[in-house]
Design a protein around this ligand. Structure first.
Ligand code: HAS
Length: 568
């Protein structure tokens, strides 16, 4: 095992003398375009959240006939697709380009390719949005068959994925150029994390690409009459679970590499961070059967093996708690903390960039615990398809991920716009309201789920019976929806204010990774990509092929008529 010299000269730059800033001046428009689309999608998706909370709560039973989205499943589809698929994907691509360019101090290998990627994703988004808005794709963000959408929905999503492939190929090409010029140096941690994320995303998205191209799209175009529901669900969850880590890793990039910089301390351990990203890349995919525990078409052996690895995938997040807490302790001590735990309070709790990220961490403690509970087969049987799961994913993707992305936005936007953040107090209030709102929402949804409230059901909206045990928790979730609504409005006030009304100039400080201890050992094996590709392919063949083979009709194909799982 060969050791690699720490790349201190390439990652210790404080960004003020960023040498290539002029050559990447286009980032303002290019990354700005990604953020604009992300926020435009979010502006609709985010409002549909409180709308649903008010609609489900017995105290409100809100029934407004909106021009669109009055149909429950149409609104829920728009909420899930716009927030969880579109906002995240555009934000991840934009922020990843930003971090890669500034950390490696070089422009992307091909700006043309990056723009092609952006337009593919945008056209795809418009096609999918058209299908949802016209009521032809009320199939939820998991779009399982036998529910069927208009073909533009599937083609649109396929284009979004192909766009990300073009973008990630560009990022890898940029990295390989950098690698040639920097033999023996380790790549900055932020870029390492992004490469792990993209390698994992490319592999995972092959599953959903196959599902869309060979099953859903032909079915919606009328080229085939049936498709196999179980095979489609398997292919979806090959993609669907790593998808959540595709969302999480950019938040980790911020916690590991931007936040220490913002707090003025060094990360506790850079090497431990690399282990975390490597583990997430490898273990995110071969665990997706934990979404199929209650499906009859998957063997018990597969469920057991995927359950085991699900507990393994929690390990990098447990390591993250340790690494971050140690880093935050340094920050607290630097600010005068002396006791055992008072470092927690001696943090910049009035800084919106920091508070947003702290809020994400606090919510993730609850999201993580509930995730580990979901992973237990016995508990999952009771929790699956209840609003407990809704509580889990609002504290993870709606909590840790969303709040951290907003913290990143509050940091990047002033740099891209060249103006200070507008109404800092409003941004800070926004973060606290989101934290409070999501703690209440996650808790009340979780509790309602334990009382048997069913997920993805238009409770109350259709006059369905709501038990007395569930009603108070649904009312509480509506109260949380109110807090979240105010927070969402404040978010857009701050963004629009920063773009158009902020007068003071901001510093253009590049978010270069803060390394761990200077002499920290970094084995060269971290960047042995050939080895990791073999490991990823091998582990997924072992973990997924038997699952797929046991479900697919090998004689007649995915769309086999008469296959027990076939349906339309
Ligand atoms: Fe999950 C379902 C298991 C993490 C998202 N998950 C979902 C669904 C979504 C989702 C969207 O095993 C619903 C899918 C659908 O529509 O059907 N999940 C897990 C496990 C983890 C986990 C074991 N999930 C996530 C993340 C998500 C996410 C991350 C989005 C970003 N999940 C499941 C299972 C299901 C599931 C089952 C299926 C349920 C069913 O039946 O349908 C783990 O990765 C979690 C590990 C996390 C931790 C917490 C680490 C905490 C940190 C905070 C540090 C704090 C510090 C303190 C330092 C162990 C790092 C700071 C102090 C200050 C003072 C500021």
């Amino acid at each position: 095992m060969q050791s690699v010299k720490p790349a201190l000269q390439s990652t210790e730059n404080d960004g003020r003398a960023f040498p290539l800033l002029s050559t990447i001046a286009s980032e303002k428009w290019f990354i700005g375009a990604h953020i604009f689309v992300a926020l435009a999608a979010l502006s609709i998706g985010i409002l549909l959240g409180p709308y649903q909370a008010f609609r489900r709560a017995p105290a409100f039973l809100l029934q407004i006939d909106l021009p669109v989205f009055s149909y429950y499943y149409q609104a829920l589809t728009a909420h899930g697709v716009l927030n969880a698929l579109v906002f995240t994907t555009f934000f991840i691509m934009g922020s990843s380009y930003f971090v890669v360019q500034r950390s490696l101090q070089r422009p992307l290998k091909s700006m043309q390719a990056a723009w092609v990627a952006f337009w593919l994703m945008t056209v795809g988004l418009l096609m999918a949005a058209f299908a949802i808005i016209t009521g032809q794709a009320s199939v939820l963000y998991t779009f399982y068959p036998p529910m069927q959408a208009e073909w533009t929905f599937y083609l649109g999503l396929a284009l979004v994925i192909v766009g990300t492939w073009v973008g990630l190929a560009d990022v890898f090409a940029t990295y390989f150029d950098w690698r040639k010029e920097h033999p023996g140096q380790k790549v900055p941690l932020a870029v390492y994390a992004i490469l792990c994320n993209f390698a994992m995303w490319f592999t995972a998205s092959l599953g959903v690409a196959i599902e869309v191209l060979f099953m859903l799209l032909p079915m919606s175009l009328g080229l085939i009459d049936t498709t196999d529901v179980q095979v489609a669900r398997i292919l979806f969850w090959f993609f669907g679970h790593p998808l959540v880590y595709f969302w999480l890793i950019p938040a980790y990039v911020s916690w590991y590499t931007m936040m220490p910089k913002q707090l003025g301390v060094r990360l506790f351990s850079d090497t431990m961070g690399r282990v975390v990203f490597l583990m997430l890349m490898i273990f995110s995919i071969p665990i997706g059967v934990h979404h199929l525990y209650v499906d009859p078409g998957v063997s018990e052996a597969a469920k057991f093996m995927h359950a085991l690895l699900t507990f393994v995938v929690a390990a990098p997040s447990l390591l993250t708690i340790f690494n971050l807490a140690a880093t935050l302790e340094r920050s607290g001590r630097k600010r005068g903390a002396t006791g055992l735990l008072d470092w927690m309070w001696k943090q910049p709790w009035g800084n919106p960039v920091i508070v947003s990220q702290f809020g994400g961490m606090i919510l993730f403690i609850f999201g993580g615990i509930t995730g580990i509970m979901n992973a237990s087969f016995n508990l999952n049987v009771a929790l699956h398809n209840t609003t407990w799961v809704v509580g889990h994913f609002h504290t993870t993707v709606g909590g840790a991920v969303f709040m951290t992305y907003i913290g990143m936005l509050y940091w990047m936007l002033p740099m891209l716009r060249g103006r200070k953040l507008f109404w800092r107090w409003a941004a800070t209030l926004q973060a606290y309201l989101w934290l409070g709102g999501m703690l209440i929402f996650g808790g009340s949804m979780g509790r309602a789920g334990l009382e048997g409230a069913i997920r993805r059901t238009d409770l109350a909206g259709q006059g369905a019976y709501i038990s007395d045990a569930v009603a108070p928790w649904l009312n509480m979730s509506a109260f949380a929806g109110f807090l979240l609504l105010i927070s969402a409005v404040l978010l857009y006030v701050v963004v629009i204010g920063t773009l158009f009304f902020s007068k003071e100039e901001s510093e253009n400080v590049a978010p270069l990774a803060t390394e761990g201890p200077k002499d920290e050992y970094a084995p060269g094996i971290f960047e042995k990509w050939n080895l990791w590709v073999v490991v990823i392919i091998g582990s997924n063949i072992v973990m997924w092929l038997p699952v797929l083979l046991s479900a697919v009709d090998l004689v007649n194909g995915f769309w086999a008529v008469g296959n027990p799982g076939a349906a339309r």
